[in-house]
Ligand binder design. Sequence first.
Ligand code: HEC
Length: 125
Amino acid sequence: MTASPPTGPRFFRSLLAVASVALCALAFVPRVASAHADAKADGAQTFANSGCEHCHGATGEGTKKGPSLQDERHRMNAEQIKEQIKHGGKSMPAFGDALDDVQLESLVKLLRSKKWPPIPAPTAQ
Ligand code: HEC
């Protein structure tokens, strides 16, 4: 077989291969972003369902019973937030038994986010 010149069919085929890989990568990016948004929305739902809003307010703005959580990302890292929710605090009950790991992670996503999504109404579980 003779080597084809750089403009031969093989060159174009490999060009096509590179282009389709790039396209796949591009298609993947928005999906990662929306998975992140989904976790945040799930966190908002868990927040509404678990009674967090009772003390921290519907959008985490804080009440007399609990501090604001809207700037939590400046105060605690993901691990610390998870520990606080799992074990509670001085005046906060522990939620380690009530929430599974996926719910805990989604709450962390919510509390580490810059902007809270609209908080959904609690749903019956
Ligand atoms: C009975 C009221 C109450 C409920 C319900 C409650 N919290 Fe709290 N939370 C508090 C209080 C009070 C604090 C202040 C520190 C302490 O007591 O540990 C706090 C602190 C926190 C903190 C740390 C704030 C900081 O920077 O010091 C996080 C994060 C948090 N709560 C998340 C949650 C989440 C998520 C839920 C729901 C799963 C929840 N809380 C439910 C009362 C509550």
